[in-house]
Design a protein around this ligand. Structure first.
Ligand SMILES: *Cc1c(COP(=O)(O)O)cnc(C)c1O
Length: 404
């Protein structure tokens, strides 16, 4: 039952070719409507979505409480600036603080912006003691604006944009000795994803994040955790660091923060937050009432529906499918990396053909870092949907599996 649209996918594509900057590789399909893990294109075709909203739609498409909250809010106030107090922003800040480490929230609209805010906070905090450098991890991803890009240690994203912001250096992920030797008395912060997302769903080695925290403490360096992709329940805890018994000084979150409505946040300990004085940083749309109402409704949904536990169960159901494929196609399946609904399947071959084949069969997935199938399904994806999508994915994998 697709909603009537005014033009075909082909017509929309022609319009893009003429009027939209061609900086994205897009699939030749225009999506028009979604419900949970289902999504429909302009031709009325239904697709099963294991990558809803590029990880932003953690509750699937159009979760009812979020739809209701946004509808209610747009009739009251669409936007007011941060020169006023905004009730929903205060409530959302309290909700996030209470579910993390008691920090204070700076709201913005995207992951890159959240990381910019975190880096500026860390520099402002370290300024008096001459600390301005930032260390980040190879294969990490922190966004496309200049400081976030400079922290993203992947040459392919730097090409064409040099020189980058000075003061950034890089060490391998999961390598504590390299980090220890990169820190000096001018280092303001270490920024790291607790699970590298875009870099291929790379899980932290046992003790790694605990070791990063210890090094930061010993050397007087702030720890920024980039939870833009892992945050707000993706891994089966509110935040991925909560699997490790440590706390950051600053945490950033965006993608799923407001269930698909644009929102970002940098949460800092009150001590670090105090470094940002009035006038030092701002975001016009940050913490707007629509995004904050959506975020509050997302938290309410996750709690009312028990979705953190459900996310852990979903991950294990995918794992059991993947383990069967590893036994069936040992030459193809290199590694299985899963925490909650953050799911990676590393292949021995390039994964992009699998993505296209799945789309032809009505299943939306993603590939990253060449050989890694990445799934960021909704927390509330149904068991039958998991099994149906995995059957489709298995067929696509059999076509590319090297013959033994
Ligand atoms: C997506 C992502 C970003 C960038 O977020 P944008 O909203 O695209 O700016 C930053 N960090 C991580 C870990 C991400 O996954």
């Amino acid at each position: 039952m697709a909603q009537a649209t005014t033009q075909t996918s082909a017509e929309t594509i022609a319009q893009f070719d003429r009027y939209v900057v061609p900086n994205y590789r897009r699939y030749p399909v225009c999506l028009v409507r979604g419900e949970g893990s289902w999504v429909w294109d302009a031709e009325g075709r239904r697709l099963l979505d294991f990558f809803p909203g590029w990880g932003c739609n953690l509750l699937g498409h159009c979760p009812p409480r979020v739809v209701e909250a946004v509808r209610d809010q747009v009739g009251q106030l669409i936007h007011v600036p941060n020169t006023w107090y905004i009730e929903a922003q205060g409530a959302f800040a309290q909700a996030l603080s209470e579910r993390s480490f008691g920090g204070q929230c700076f709201f913005c609209n995207s992951g890159a912006e959240a990381n910019e805010a975190a880096i500026k906070m860390a520099k402002a905090f370290g300024h008096a003691s001459g600390r301005y450098k930032v260390v980040s991890m190879e294969n990490g991803f922190h966004g496309r604006t200049y400081a976030a890009l400079s922290a993203t240690a992947q040459p392919k994203y730097h090409a064409g944009f040099e020189p980058l912001v000075p003061g950034f250096s890089y060490v391998p992920f999961n390598h504590l000795e390299a980090l220890a030797s990169a820190l000096d008395d001018q280092t303001a912060a270490v920024i790291v994803e607790p699970i590298q997302g875009e870099g291929g769903i790379n899980l932290p080695a046992p003790g790694y994040l605990e070791g990063v925290r210890r090094l930061c403490d010993e050397r007087g360096v702030l720890l920024i955790l980039d939870e833009v992709q892992t945050g707000l329940g993706r891994t089966g805890e509110w935040f991925a660091y909560q699997h490790h018994g440590i706390e950051p000084d600053i945490l950033t979150c965006a993608k799923a923060l407001a269930a698909g409505v644009a929102a970002g946040v940098a949460i800092a300990t009150p001590e670090v937050a105090a470094a940002l004085k009035p006038g030092m940083h701002a975001s016009t749309f940050g913490g707007n009432p629509i995004a904050c109402r959506a975020g509050l409704a997302a938290i309410e949904t996750i709690e009312a529906d028990g979705l953190l536990a459900r996310g852990r169960a979903v991950g294990e159901r995918f794992r059991s499918h993947f383990e069967r494929w590893r036994a069936e196609m040992p030459g193809l399946v290199r590694d299985i990396r899963i925490r909650g609904v953050m799911i990676g399947l590393e292949l021995s071959v390039d994964a992009s053909a699998v993505v296209v084949d799945c789309m032809d069969r009505g299943l939306l997935i993603n590939a990253t870092h060449g050989t890694v199938i990445r799934l960021l399904p909704a927390l509330n994806v149904a068991d039958e949907q998991i099994d149906e999508g995995c059957a489709t994915l298995a067929d696509a994998l059999r076509r590319v599996a090297p013959q033994a």
